[in-house]
Design a protein around this ligand. Structure first.
Ligand SMILES: CC(C)(COP(=O)(O)OP(=O)(O)OC[C@H]1O[C@@H](n2cnc3c(N)ncnc32)[C@H](O)[C@@H]1OP(=O)(O)O)[C@@H](O)C(=O)NCCC(=O)NCCS
Length: 176
């Protein structure tokens, strides 16, 4: 499928299910109001938020989950460990502003780093986006000094694409 149809199909993401993707160890699902405290544990952590935004307080976390995570077409999806049911972060997956591409990103609790979870989610979302949604092109953005993010992006097979740079450097992968 081509980029031209991805806009039409985007409305179908998650429409029939609260689950975006499921992997061996993880599930990416819709946020629910009771996620606020578990989300605050990472959205309020200065190490996690170093390259993102100032740390969230509880009110900001609740507002974010409602606006970005519980919208009819969410911008972010809760990431849960299947073995425990615990929230370990969220994945960003939505149409990229002003483009037919979709953006991919992750924000995980510190104790979930170094376990390959971002890599596992990326593989599942790239496969889902290309084969089920007909997305032509997925991008990721990173602050140049966010080496963990850049490593995760490149581990997912998403390659540096300076021609797409906006405010931040951009990496991209095309549906072959
Ligand atoms: C960006 C972020 C998600 C990357 O997390 P990460 O744990 O480094 O990335 P991955 O989940 O792909 O894990 C890869 C690491 O796990 C290790 N690993 C362990 N088991 C693995 C497995 N089964 N598969 C792949 N890697 C595995 C790898 O060796 C690698 O470690 P290394 O970096 O020491 O070589 C994390 O640093 C984060 O949440 N940062 C804060 C938020 C942020 O800045 N997000 C990016 C902007 S949206």
């Amino acid at each position: 499928m081509t980029d031209e149809v991805s806009g039409d199909l985007s409305a179908r993401v998650g429409e029939s299910s609260d689950c975006l993707v499921r992997t061996d160890r993880l599930v990416a699902r819709r946020f629910v109001p009771s996620d606020v405290d578990a989300a605050l544990a990472y959205l309020g952590d200065p190490a996690v938020m170093e390259f993102i935004e100032p740390c969230f307080d509880r009110a900001r976390a609740a507002e974010f989950i409602k606006a970005a995570g519980m919208a009819p077409e969410p911008l972010v999806w809760a990431v849960e460990l299947r073995s425990t049911g615990h929230l370990i972060g969220h994945v960003i997956f939505h149409p990229w502003a002003g483009s037919t591409a979709w953006e991919l990103g992750w924000i995980l609790r510190q104790d979930a780093w170094g376990k390959g979870y971002a890599t596992e989610l990326s593989a599942a979302l790239i496969e889902y986006g290309f084969s089920q949604l007909g997305i032509g092109h997925i991008i990721a953005e990173a602050v140049p000094t966010n080496h963990a993010s850049i490593a995760a992006i490149e581990r997912a097979g998403i390659t540096r694409s300076p021609d797409l740079d906006k405010d931040l450097p951009v990496w991209s992968i095309h549906n072959q």
